[in-house]
Design a binder for this molecule. Structure first.
Ligand SMILES: [Zn+2]
Length: 240
């Protein structure tokens, strides 16, 4: 019975592939294998990884801890190296602009397995995705940082908490801004709400791309302001 069901599923999958062939978001080749996301196994394997997540000290952590923060970030790292015109850029564009939330979930899971191997973030109690302004989220249909967090959460067994961080100002695109401009642009855009019973917890703030670190810094500051007893770690799917 189980085998018959499997054959039936394969026929359905082959038929839908004939009607609407599945093409890899990165290399545009036809995807022949069963995969829940539109990236072929070769491209998934070839994504350039940052190996700093294997180290106790890494660039992201030192960048953020060198900022004008009056508290320390416990641990921070990124997973992929973001190179313009390369696979990681195509992937991040797909999960941000081409309505591909499942790619974000899958990448969160892939990163989660790697992080688990190195026992990273094992002490974290909650994942806080960098929030999106409600108007923007309505337009896009999802928040990619939340979808990446969802994938991570499934593998690391850390629940997501979305009541604490909010984005209250719909800021301009930061693509062409330097760090100071980015920080000014987002300084008052995020706010955090204190939740008494969670005030001493360890939070992992998650974003899609770490460019200058401004967004993660502003979110960490907002969180520290209302819950100074908490511990904060940070993670970005990719580092520019
Ligand atoms: Zn491919």
């Amino acid at each position: 019975m189980f085998q018959a069901l499997n054959i039936f599923n394969n026929i359905i999958s082959d038929l839908s592939d004939l009607v609407c062939p599945r093409v890899c978001l990165i290399c545009n080749n036809h995807i022949k294998v069963q995969t829940e996301i539109l990236i072929c196994p070769e491209c998934t394997e070839n994504l350039k990884k940052v190996d700093s997540f294997k180290k106790d000290q890494n660039e992201i952590l030192s960048t953020v801890n060198l900022a004008d923060l009056d508290f320390n970030i416990e641990y921070g790292c990124a997973f992929l190296k973001f190179d313009k015109h390369e696979n990681t850029q195509r992937l991040l564009h797909a999960l941000k602009y081409f309505n591909q939330p499942q790619v974000a979930v899958k990448m969160g899971k892939i990163a989660g397995y790697q992080l688990k191997n190195y026992s990273r973030f094992k002490d974290c109690d909650f994942i806080l995705p960098v929030p999106m302004h409600p108007d923007k989220q309505k337009k896009r249909g999802y928040n990619q940082a939340e979808r990446i967090s969802y994938g991570l959460s499934q593998v690391l067994n850390i629940p997501i908490e979305e009541r604490i961080l909010k984005k209250i100002i719909n800021t301009k695109s930061q693509t062409r801004m330097n760090k100071i401009q980015r920080k000014e642009n987002s300084q008052n855009a995020y706010c955090a709400q204190r939740i008494e019973e969670l005030s001493k917890k360890h939070f992992l703030i998650v974003d899609d791309v770490f460019t200058t670190g401004a967004t993660l810094e502003v979110c960490a500051e907002a969180l520290h302001k209302v819950m100074p007893e908490s511990k904060i770690s940070i993670f970005a799917l990719a580092k520019a």
